[in-house]
Design a protein around this ligand. Structure first.
Ligand SMILES: *Cc1c(COP(=O)(O)O)cnc(C)c1O
Length: 370
């Protein structure tokens, strides 16, 4: 049951949002208990957003409604052909209680690029940002305030037309859900071990590697399981001999002279965290190289002492130093703390900006609750 509130005034995107409040919303006490130890991706806020798209009507009927199951026809195209994309971003609570997000227009633009590749309609950036503001307007109290916590935002879009023929769907849904997230590292940032997958690839030339789509994740699960069997937390994928990325994080190598190298490839997902970290490093005077880099270059560089470390980056964990890369027939160990110190100090600066402790000199933050 929900109570329909009067329609709200049109927003920046010119759409009138219909808001139905969840009258079974969690009590303050229940919500506080969840926010005290939210974990990741297990609890969801009281509301969700959805916007419909049809070939004839375009984007229409934007609404905020009680969080709950989606009714889907069993023939919905997404269930058969995987026509789906998503995004991942966070809302951060600053010391004064205000709520902000980080570079949302980059997520909006990336979702449009993903949409093009998956033959889905592009959601205009202003509707994307409106959807986040609308959800925060009703669920702002779900943004936790302890150190390193956030409200994880998950926008996604899928083909909902009931039709088993193979062609782009003529009916699509965009949704936004939110889930409180605890500090990624509870006992301080720990280096991770990664497994080099040589048997499986996550993407191929001309494929969907540059799109944030569920299928890329589905294909990474088996190699990820192989990584666990080898005592590693993450898996690194190659394109031939060239380094690509981890299952859900980008990779950066650190040279002895402070140069940062990151793979350039049209089959990796261009992370906003990576772009931001590399910008902060460049601001400090580090040379940043975006180019093809092979596993052999990493291996030889580590052996000669020219490459002193590596780290992974993405929205969820921000920056994670890599302690060890394990392959079928060799391993690379990074035990020195030079690269780890750099990774952690860049992480500190980026999270400082996100939580409002460090000046936002690039204009990356967008306030959501005003
Ligand atoms: C989302 C994602 C990343 C990280 O992107 P961010 O914008 O930094 O969160 C990296 N690789 C893959 C495959 C991803 O899906």
């Amino acid at each position: 049951m929900s109570i329909d509130l009067p329609l709200q005034a049109p927003t920046a995107a010119g759409l009138v949002w219909q808001v139905s409040r969840n009258d079974a919303a969690k009590s303050d006490a229940d919500r506080d208990a969840i926010l005290a130890a939210p974990g990741f991706g297990q609890h969801f806020t009281d509301h969700m957003v959805d916007v419909c798209w049809s070939e004839k009507g375009g984007w229409h009927r934007p609404r905020v409604s009680p969080y709950g199951p989606i009714q889907l026809d069993p023939a919905a195209a997404v269930l058969h052909y995987g026509q789906e994309i998503f995004e991942g971003m966070k809302a951060y609570r600053h010391a004064d209680g205000s709520i902000h997000t980080f570079r949302p227009y980059e997520n909006a633009a990336r979702m449009q690029r993903s949409a093009r590749r998956l033959a889905l309609p592009e959601l205009p950036s202003d509707i994307f940002l409106d959807s986040v503001k609308q959800l925060i307007a009703v669920d702002g109290s779900w943004v936790p305030s302890q150190a390193e916590t956030s409200l994880y935002l998950r926008p996604f879009m899928f083909a909902k037309e009931a039709f088993l023929g193979v062609r782009p769907a003529k009916k699509v849904a965009y949704y936004l859900i939110a889930s409180p997230a605890g500090a990624y590292f509870s006992g301080g940032v720990q280096p991770v071990n990664i497994w080099l997958s040589t048997q499986y690839a996550r993407a191929g030339k001309g494929g969907t590697g540059a799109a944030k789509t569920g299928g890329n994740y589905a294909s990474s699960l088996l190699p990820q399981a192989e990584a666990y069997e080898h005592g590693c937390q993450q898996v690194l994928f190659l394109d031939g001999r060239n380094i690509e990325e981890l299952g859900g994080m980008n990779l950066v190598l650190v040279k002895k002279d402070g140069t940062l190298i990151t793979p350039e490839s049209d089959s990796i997902l261009e992370g906003i965290t990576r772009d931001s970290i590399l910008q902060l490093a460049a601001d400090r005077g580090h040379v940043v190289e975006r180019r093809q880099v092979s596993i052999d270059e990493w291996r030889e560089g580590a052996a000669s002492g020219d490459i002193v470390g590596a780290f992974a980056c993405g929205t969820a964990a921000v920056v994670v130093p890599i302690g060890r890369l394990l392959a079928e027939d060799f391993e690379i160990l990074h035990t020195g703390d030079e690269a780890e110190k750099l990774a952690l100090s860049l992480r500190e600066e980026l999270t400082g900006i996100q939580y409002g402790r460090v000046e936002d000199r690039h204009g990356w933050m967008v306030r959501l609750d005003a």
